[in-house]
Design a protein around this ligand. Structure first.
Ligand code: NOJ
Length: 567
């Protein structure tokens, strides 16, 4: 078996709660995913990453797991999961599960037991600390969802650590029994046929055992930075690799919030034997105010920054032939046409321009459900938001720290809140967009009568069809997988243009990431006459002579020449 299948693959992410409901309870389910596997196959994807489907009280939409070995009844049965894996494999699709092992739900049997006393078999499964001398929290560590990362438990008389909500206590990875229990869970699913793992905040699993206060230059009540890359992180991940990934031939994709192009190699360089790839965050900060108040503190997209970060990652990873996930959207990110592009007049063009810029890169492209039809955000009111992170950020930034007004926050949330990507998929323009026959758990985007899967598939300008072509190219052109990368015009504030080069072929990837016409000259002068437009989102583009129109994008094949390849 080719155990590097992911190098040429495209991974489609399903957020089960919002994909397709088949039993009318308003919540997406496994049968709904099974129903649409042929759709995912038709897109051309090679694998499906399922956000968590395990038993969960859903405080964080399944990223709070109460039982890792069973499917939550709201999604279906364990037998449905077996069928899903079987049907996916039948279609040649691999299944990647989401392993949330930095924390569990507070409803997990381990935690229920752990909180009972200081000396039960599970007392060391979580991170417990005595109160500070004044009875307060043990240190200034903050939760990513706002407030302290410590919650006091009356029965045990101690605080427990939670990097996310109080209902998501962090596991104690220092305890070898915890680690073995996690590996056992993975083996359980591997026996069922799972092909790989997306590892939720895997870079947070090791905590500095000194538990000292973290640097606090802004004098905030609690500090939520510094949660990643702890002292034993590499040791733990390498152990997971030895125990699970390598012997069981599992793909490993680690979510890595604080990884940079400099430190990522320690995780993904093949000789490290840790992860196959990480999900980076650095490029998603391209519209976040540097040194500001976190990811709701926004500025316009900085294309030069975006190109710079992506280019650094391209070069660093290529130096050791390592991989990276390529993405702009997922269940934690808003819709790109609304966030960085244009969700009105140029929705098709901007969705496909960002897709071109991304899918031309070296790495493994990820497509998040609905991205392939160019779904957009909508305008939500504060009370419409469901997401624990968005609510926590409002409390922190508007009510506690008072660094934003309510209307500034709502404006930002309408750009970046995770809820926009979590709205149910509109399959057609009918009742509830064909998502459910009941009342959807979360309202559909009001645009669904116009923007839905059926309309997109029937449209002359189908985003789906463009993605199909991009994915086909990834499968056909080896240069996209292995070719060298070379950025053109790094300082151009609007256009992302780069080369992909191997001994057989040169590809020129150009994407105008603005709503205005831009010069093509910095890019066209690098190409010779003998070029062929392989894909473009403006059907009438024939040559590299005319300026780039709003969000115009293309990939151009250029005949190889022996001399210097750039202008
Ligand atoms: C990252 C997940 O992608 C996100 O949805 C979740 O809230 C946190 N980790 C906590 O599990």
């Amino acid at each position: 078996m080719n155990n590097q299948w992911w190098r040429q693959a495209v991974i489609y992410q399903v957020y089960p709660k919002s994909f397709q409901d088949t039993n009318g309870d308003g919540i997406g389910d496994l049968q709904g995913i099974i129903e649409h596997l042929p759709y995912i196959k038709r897109l051309g994807a090679d694998a499906v990453w399922l956000s968590p489907v395990y038993c969960s009280p859903q405080v964080d939409n399944g990223y709070d797991i109460a039982d890792y070995r069973h499917v939550d009844p709201m999604f279906g049965s364990d037998a449905d999961m077996d069928e899903l894996i079987k049907q996916a494999h039948h279609l040649g699709l691999k299944i990647i599960m989401d392993l949330v092992a930095n924390h569990t739900s507070d409803q997990h049997a381990w935690f229920k037991q752990s909180r009972q006393s200081k000396d039960n078999p599970y007392s060391d499964y979580y991170i417990w600390r005595d109160p500070a001398p004044d009875g307060g929290v043990p240190n200034n560590w903050g939760s990513s969802f706002g407030g302290s990362a410590w919650t006091f438990d009356d029965t045990r008389g101690q605080y427990y650590l939670h990097y996310y909500s109080p209902q998501q206590p962090d596991l104690n990875w220092e305890n070898p029994k915890v680690r073995q229990a996690v590996y056992d869970i993975m083996r359980y699913w591997v026996v069922k046929g799972v092909d790989g793992w997306r590892l939720d905040v895997i870079t947070s699993i090791s905590k500095d055992q000194q538990f000292c206060d973290r640097p606090n230059p802004k004098h905030l009540p609690y500090v939520s930075s510094g949660q990643n890359n702890g002292p034993r992180m590499h040791e733990f991940i390498a152990e997971m690799n030895r125990e699970v990934f390598t012997p069981l031939n599992q793909l490993s994709i680690g979510e890595a919030p604080d990884s940079s192009s400099e430190n990522v190699l320690a995780l993904v360089a093949p000789d490290q034997h840790e992860l196959n790839m990480v999900i980076p965050f650095e490029h998603m900060k391209s519209d976040v105010v540097p040194g500001g108040n976190g990811h709701f503190d926004l500025q316009p997209l900085d294309v030069v920054y975006l190109k710079g970060v992506l280019s650094r990652w391209q070069e660093t990873l290529a130096s050791v032939n390592a991989g990276s996930a390529l993405y702009f959207e997922n269940h934690d990110r808003a819709r790109i046409p609304s966030r960085w592009g244009d969700d009105g007049k140029y929705r098709y063009q901007s969705a496909t321009a960002f897709a071109t810029a991304l899918h031309g890169l070296r790495g493994t492209p990820f497509v998040y459900q609905g991205e392939e039809i160019g779904l957009t955000n909508t305008k939500l009111k504060l009370e419409d938001y469901e997401d624990v992170e968005t609510k926590g950020a409002y409390h922190k930034l508007v009510e506690e720290q008072k660094v934003m007004t309510k209307s500034q926050f709502v404006e930002a949330a309408n750009k970046v809140s995770r809820d926009h990507a979590r709205m149910p998929i509109p399959w057609n323009g009918g009742e509830q967009g064909g998502f459910t026959t009941g009342k959807p758990w979360f309202a559909l985007n009001p645009s669904f009568p116009q923007i839905n899967v059926r309309n997109d598939l029937e449209s002359k300008q189908s985003v789906f069809e463009y993605y199909q072509r991009l994915i086909k190219l990834r499968h056909e052109l080896g240069v996209l997988t292995d070719g060298a990368y070379e950025l053109i015009a790094p300082e151009d504030p609007h256009v992302f243009g780069y080369w992909r080069i191997d001994t057989n072929q040169r590809l020129l990837v150009i994407a105008n990431l603005s709503a205005h016409e831009q010069s093509i000259t910095p890019y066209s002068q690098a190409a010779e006459e003998t070029c062929k437009i392989i894909i473009t989102n403006y059907a009438d583009r024939r040559s590299l002579k005319e300026p780039l129109r709003p969000y115009e994008a293309m990939i151009v094949g250029v005949a190889n020449r022996s001399s210097s390849r750039n202008s």
